[in-house]
Design a protein around this ligand. Structure first.
Ligand code: NAI
Length: 252
């Protein structure tokens, strides 16, 4: 197994990509701390992992609460004795162009899509430095490398977090702490509900995906989980500061 006895901390892991990633990390032998603001969904993911023979624990955690986030990473490191992998995943998508997005929603986007990753990564440095290695995966989006229509809060913050990931990668490369940004395209999870409404319903969204994505389909959470395992493991040991785009060719 690729991740035998490594400890992974995942945020927003109660659903979608975060959940599939947590399950894939556990299948490769990692002890996975499955965190989500919805504690029940985190527990359901942990139950699935344990039933398949993996090791995991659930934590209720809202990543916009700085002290709780820092404290959770420190406590897990103390309890498990190490921290090898941080997948900082939770995010928010607020639709609309400049005139439609409230200032408060721009602040919320910043808080979740940039600031929470800053706080989480900051707490991960000390334990990774002690190990002399670490992999931090920060979920951006392919909206971090291209511009969407009428998504100012999302595209701006997803670009910003990619810049931050690259800066951190440059600053910690000598310490063998790697930072990479995960940049998925359309993956069929509840996350796209807002965009579905903006598009005018599920049929319209599916037609859009068929037309706009060169591969003509949504990606699956399992396809993204493969990339998460790769970035978390030594298979990507010489890779840092990368925007890992997996989007069926959308941003070509
Ligand atoms: P999802 O909707 O399936 O799951 C998101 C999870 O995050 C939920 O369990 C929710 O309870 C949790 N969450 C929300 N706010 C939180 C908070 N403040 N603290 C802790 N947990 C919180 O979503 P999915 O598909 O896994 O996507 C989430 C991330 O992936 C976001 O960062 C998003 O920008 C990114 N992404 C998703 C894409 C997609 O098409 N699904 C495409 C590109 C990026």
């Amino acid at each position: 197994m690729l991740l035998e006895d490594r400890v992974a901390f995942v945020t927003g892991a109660g659903s979608g990509i975060g959940a599939a990633g947590a399950e894939a990390l556990a299948r490769e032998g990692a002890v996975v701390i499955v965190t989500d603001k919805n504690g029940k969904s985190a527990e359901a993911v942990v139950t699935r992992i344990i039933e398949s023979g993996g090791k995991a624990r659930a934590l209720t955690l809202d990543v916009t609460e700085d002290a709780a986030l820092t404290n959770a990473i420190e406590t897990v490191t103390r309890d498990e004795g190490r921290l090898d992998i941080l997948h900082s995943h939770a995010g928010v998508q607020i639709e609309g162009k400049l005139e439609q997005v409230a200032v408060a929603d721009m602040d919320l986007s910043w808080r979740l899509n940039v600031r929470s990753h800053f706080v989480a990564a900051k707490a991960a440095i000390a334990p990774m430095r002690r190990l002399g290695a670490g992999s931090v995966i920060i979920t951006s989006s392919n909206s971090g490398v291209q511009y969407d229509r009428e998504m100012i809060a999302y595209a701006t913050t997803k670009h910003a977090v990619l810049a931050m990931t690259r800066q951190m990668a440059a600053d910690y490369a000598r310490e063998n702490i790697r930072f990479n940004a995960l940049c998925p395209g359309f993956i069929d999870t509840p996350f796209n509900h807002g965009f579905e409404v903006q598009m005018g319903g599920r049929d319209k969204l599916e037609a859009y995906v068929r037309d706009a994505i060169p591969m003509g389909r949504f990606g699956t959470v399992e396809e993204i989980a493969e990339a998460i395992v790769f970035l978390a493991s030594d298979r990507s040991s010489f890779m840092t500061g990368h925007a890992f785009v997996i989007d069926g060719g959308e941003c070509i």
